[in-house]
Design a protein around this ligand. Sequence first.
Ligand code: ADP
Ligand code: ASP
Ligand code: MG
Length: 815
Amino acid sequence: MKVMKFGGSSVATPARIQSVIEIIKPYLLDEVAVVFSAFGGVTDALIQISKLALEGDLDYKTRIAELEKRHLDTVRELINIQRQSSILAQVKFMMNELEDVLHGVYLVKERTPRTLDYVMSFGERLSAYIISEALKDRGLVAEFLDARKVIRTDNHFGYAKVDFETTNKLIKEYCKHHPDVQIITGFVATSESGETTTLGRSGSDYTAAIFAGALNATDLEIWTDVDGMMTADPRKVKKAFTVPEMSYEEAMELSHFGAKVIFPATMQPAMVNRIPIWIKNTFNPTFKGTLIHSQSTNGKMIKGISSMSGVSLLSLQGSGLLGVVGASMRLFATLARENVNVILISQASSEHSICFAVETPLAMKAKAAIEKEFIYEIRNEEIDEVQSENDLCIVAVVGDGMKHSPGTSGRMFSALGKNGVNVMAIAQGSSERNISAVIPQVDAAKALNALHEAFFLSDRRVLNVFLVGTGLIGKALLTMIQDQFTKLAKDNLLEVNVIAIANSRKMLFREEGLALGTCVNELNSEGEEMSMLEFYQRMHTLNLSNSVFVDCTSSAEVTAFYESILGTNISIVTPNKKANSSSMEAYDLLKSTAFKRGARFLYETNVGAGLPVINTMNDLLLSGDSVIRIEAVLSGTLNFIFSSFEEGRKFSEVVKEAKAKGYTEPDPRDDLNGMDVARKILILSRETGLSMELSDIKVENLVPESCRGEMSVEEFFKSMEKFDGEFEKLRKAAADRNEKLRYMAILDNGTVTIRLGSVSQSHPFYSLSGSDNIILLTTARYHDRPMVIRGPGAGADVTAAGVFADIIRIGNYSR
Ligand code: ADP
Ligand code: ASP
Ligand code: MG
């Protein structure tokens, strides 16, 4: 004998019911019993309608009419026209009965749990009846069974307790005399006094298990709308996957903490009788699904992660609790008396406080009852008033395997911590089969995804990128991410999703990830108006795990948000020098915020574009080396100018050529004044540990004084010509000594100078050509011969490559 159960989602539409009929057809010749839930959404609708009636809102009538129409339409679609009329009449008859009850609720303005159970029972009674008729209509042998005939409970309406002795007897007896396949109403039962009760929301799973137990079934199949019991709720964690097998205990813990796919109580009758439970997908019937049985196999420490929302945390604390035997007994006895179900308990070993979680609607009642119980202690100030916090949820990791493997909680809390999720209470089941944490509801999705990644995809990472700046570098970066996506995912198990992009005018968000090939066009056509504040808030509210903010602008308006961004545990990657070259205080603050939050702040491309300067230096320092001297050519533009400035050429002409080639800033004076070089060497100096301001740096400004004021670029070139002679004099003097002019930055003994100097043939700067940069690092270890880092120090492509490398570094770091 096999018992099958189809949930509301499996029978939400006539088409779906038709697929369900196809699934059960082959079994109808064997011994099988089939349990049905109400059509998807009907139970919720019934509760809603009765609430309207209770509130005196006549709209309840319209809603009944809609519900009636939905059921009548289903009959019309599924059943042959010749047989329809008696079935339609029966459905109408039941709907009239429902309307009468609701009219009563409307008149007396009272909806007792007893009435509500009766109202809810119509959902399953209608669905199982209609489906049994649809089966008969197809010539299949089936019989409708209203489970109220055979399941006996107490009269705890809304959550009735089953009397198994009587129920088992009644079911066996009934089935003995009804050999045909039974089509059974889920969820509903009858109390000893003959009133309709229900088994609790989602109780149809339980009905099926009760039948399976009573009939000693070989299998219990729970058919739903997902591929079995998964590692997490697939609606919340896109990367969740099916768990092929788990133990009853594991399934029970997972469903207790919100894995709705199976109702926790279901496990009991199946477990007692050792009946294997299969979770199967109506929409993918050939898929094997999940087997829940006595053993737990596979070596994984964790089987799944679940979450439960709508939780409040209450805490009782005060010196009065210290060492007082019986305080917790009084506390929990009070809660039991008030019918408040405690979801989780955690007590500090100091015994100074006990905190516990309950469903939010019960929090006020619980608080009042406890304060009443401890009224004397509260008056005597031995115990404080009960603290209550709402808008929380519980996340739980579950698995038999954690018992034997230390480190589960370490992994759990480090994943939560790295993503800035504040844990408010922790409990570990004594079975060591689950660890649960109470966290803010707003962080639920982020926490689930971060935990899922930490436990199931420990080698796979998803980075969620938010890019501001779609100029040359930003665009090159998007192309690079697009080109490398597949390879990264395959070889590095790293998935880089770009969630948002923005330029100074517009911004575009797509939570599921932007199409990289077209997103810049889309930004221009569909983007919303950009505001950095709004961008930051959206990014923060999305609250995705492993978020990275990438700033490819040179704007100080953007860097003004860095501290807030790092403060919300979002990492930053940027070539923008504005933040790190502002005040030392601001630089320190960013570093310490990132450190405190476990977020990363990477800016390799602040100096030398994609050349590995900052990371190399940090690696040296981390491994105990110290920097003695830095000598560097840090401006690609100025190096181009001085390496092109040869005999026979005028200096102003060379500058003009550099501008024409697009190597200079729009106003070349922004290169010639040396400030860009100053910012770069300032950042390098700070990285070595020096506390330094931009104003501490001596910069030789190559713009002659008379060319500095307000003037157009043309006027500037014109007045520069007057100085060609002077530059030629410098060049010639150097050439006569067999030397070349170079604009260099030198950090020595804690001071920085930037000047135009000349270098001899033996100097590494001598042969530097084009727009290359070079950095010589003399350190305690690289003492006799400095370390040389040399290569292209400007250009969108190399800079974007450096930014990309930093992004990937974050992916690897979060593993
Ligand atoms: P039914 O209508 O068949 O009773 P439910 O809606 O009660 O279906 O349960 C199925 C839903 O449970 C899925 O659609 C899924 O969103 C949710 N769910 C929550 N946690 C899990 C999990 N760990 N594995 C599978 N589904 C889950
Ligand atoms: N129809 C009931 C509910 O929605 C029972 C069930 O679907 O399992 O709670
Ligand atoms: Mg269900």
